[in-house]
Design a protein around this ligand. Structure first.
Ligand code: G3H
Ligand code: 13P
Ligand code: ZN
Length: 307
């Protein structure tokens, strides 16, 4: 069944676990993620980015997610991920499809981020829709910043408290050193846990970790064995994700790891069975790998058995 982000994140915050937010662009990824939630008895957040909407259409993706949510007894949040375009976030709120939206005003001047987020919160709350906002720049394909700029762009705890007070948003995405995409880390660097601790002390809303994929070595090895050129990709180690959850992260965004699993499944199948042209056969192992990855995340975040 469909539910609001606030309701599942409030429970997660109380229970000191996090709920996975998985990006979907197509039916196969959605089904694979829903299979994982079913098997793990876990709540799940299914999210679509602006890119996903450009690719597949808002109405089309919403129809798929609503049907999947109707067919499961697990709580499902349908969330707009990284709405940078103000008008698109308004459209998502008005559509009635989403139970939660993210307005990503992180690249705007602070005052403008506050002003727009506040307006969208007022609009969304009238319809019972939750709002996630972002403060600080989460680097990667989202933003191109140097290491020094990256450090300066981390979320400031005092500013986070002011931001929540002024906007009334329901969840806050924080910049503590994660990056979007497969090439997050050059060395074994660690996230800024001290900063996370201070933010969690300064605000009471659930915190969100973007750019949290781990680039699991087993899937990366499989993918590269069959020709994918991501050998130097490095994600956030599981142990650091676990620590972030223990310090107050309640929603963890995963896209890249699902993409790598999808890619690995397809490449392996096509190499081993070059005579098969049926897309249903080709996509089956990719879906199974996505389910494996999503199940691992649900266990890691502590949401397994919570629904
Ligand atoms: O953070 C962004 C997500 O990974 C979505 O990526 O904009 O390519 O759909 P996308
Ligand atoms: P990854 O690229 O680490 O999977 O992050 C996804 C994300 O933050 C989506 O909003
Ligand atoms: Zn993100």
């Amino acid at each position: 069944m469909l539910t609001s982000l606030s309701s599942i994140l409030t429970k997660a915050q109380r229970g000191r676990y996090a709920v996975g937010a998985f990006n979907i662009n197509n039916l196969e990824t959605l089904q694979a993620v829903m299979d994982a939630a079913q098997a793990e008895r876990s709540p799940v957040i299914v999210q679509t980015s602006e890119g996903a909407i450009d690719y597949a259409g808002m109405d089309e993706l919403a129809a798929l997610v609503h049907l999947a949510a109707k067919r499961t007894s697990r709580p499902v949040v349908f969330h707009l991920d990284h709405g940078k375009n103000y008008d698109l976030v308004v459209r998502a709120i008005i559509s009635g499809f989403y139970t939660s939206v993210m307005f990503d005003g992180s690249s705007l001047p602070y005052k403008e981020n506050v002003r727009r987020t506040k307006k969208l919160v007022e609009m969304a709350h009238k319809k019972g829709i939750s709002v996630e906002a972002e403060l600080g720049l989460i680097a990667g394909k989202e933003d191109f910043v140097s290491v020094a700029e990256h450090e300066a762009a981390m979320t400031q705890p005092a500013q986070a408290a002011d931001f929540i007070k002024q906007t009334g948003c329901d969840a806050l995405a924080v910049a503590i050193g994660t990056r979007h995409g497969a090439f997050k880390m050059k060395t074994e660097s660690t996230l800024d846990f001290e900063r996370l601790k201070q933010i969690a002390e300064a605000v009471s809303v659930p915190l969100v970790l973007h750019g949290a994929s781990g680039v699991p070595s087993r899937i990366k090895t499989l993918c590269t064995k069959y020709g994918c050129e991501i050998a130097s990709a490095k994600g956030i180690p599981d142990i650091q994700i676990k620590k972030a959850v223990s310090l107050g992260i309640c929603k963890v965004n995963i896209d890249t790891d699902l993409r790598i699993a999808f890619d690995a499944g397809i490449r392996k199948f096509l190499k081993e069975k070059p005579g098969v042209i049926d897309p249903r056969e080709i996509l089956k192992p990719a879906k199974a790998l996505i389910t494996q990855v999503a199940r691992h995340k649900m266990k890691l975040f502590g949401s397994s058995g919570k629904a």
